[in-house]
Write a protein that binds this ligand. Structure first.
Ligand code: SF4
Length: 241
């Protein structure tokens, strides 16, 4: 009997890989990277309180947003054009945390609208998500001058806003974009090489770490690593352990 070609023996796998390649190509990844062994998860599944409905969340977050828009708690207030509080759905299951607003974000008052934001949109496209499906915010809400890293005292001053956003939205998964966000949420000085590829948690919410899209603009070869991380995010969203 004539043997079936191998790809027909695993049609689902072949189709999934082809779909994965098409999705990944959407943000510039030419081929799927090899999957690396994942590190044992220090994270526990979410055991926190059940999220409120969106109108209740809006009521909770509105005064916090108002306070942030008038905030002068750190030196970053001096040169800002706009406070960039956050953007997206309060019912989001996936919440991204970046570092701080850049020039375009400061000008428009919306996070991730510059070149890095456009790349993030492509990553979301590849995940079959829209901006309005997710929530995105930063560790600091005002632009650090010349896009420098936020200082520890600035991060500390702004922490209450981010904490309120995460506690109110209570997503299914948090994704830290870059080391500053990961260091803030996980209270660690570990390098990205130790942070990526593991499951973490913040207040019982599963958390993963990936590269910031601005890093990808400078290092396009890291797109493969980000795609692996986004596949893990999607698995966590599906409730897989
Ligand atoms: S960065 Fe945060 S703490 Fe500092 S002024 Fe802006 S909103 Fe206030």
């Amino acid at each position: 009997m004539k043997q079936k070609p191998e790809k027909d023996l695993f049609p689902e796998t072949a189709r999934a890989m082809a779909a994965g390649l098409r999705q990944a190509a959407a943000f510039g990844l030419k081929k799927l990277p090899k999957r690396t062994a994942s590190t044992p998860a220090p994270a526990a599944a979410s055991t926190g309180p059940q999220p409120a409905d969106s109108s209740e969340k809006e009521q909770r977050l509105a005064p916090i947003r108002e306070a942030a828009l008038a905030c002068t708690k750190c030196r970053l207030c001096k040169e800002r054009t706009h406070v960039v509080f956050g953007d997206g759905s309060l019912d989001a299951q996936l919440l991204f945390v970046g570092e701080g607003p850049g020039r375009d974000e400061d000008a428009q008052g919306i996070p991730f609208v510059g070149a890095a934001g456009k790349l993030l949109n492509k990553i979301l496209d590849a995940m079959k998500l829209r901006r309005e499906d997710i929530y995105i915010c930063n560790v600091v809400k005002c632009r650090p001058p010349q896009n420098r890293l936020p200082e520890p005292d600035e991060i500390q001053a702004c922490w209450g806003y981010l904490k309120a956003q995460m506690e109110t939205i209570r997503p299914k998964v948090i994704c830290c974009l870059g080391k500053t966000a990961a260091a803030t949420l996980l209270q660690t000085k570990a390098p990205m090489s130790k942070l990526r590829g593991s499951d973490w948690a913040w207040e019982g919410i599963p958390l993963i770490v990936t590269y910031h899209p601005a890093y990808l603009l400078r290092n396009p070869l890291a797109k493969g690593d980000v795609w692996i991380d986004m596949q893990r995010a999607m698995a966590l969203l599906r409730g897989e352990s």
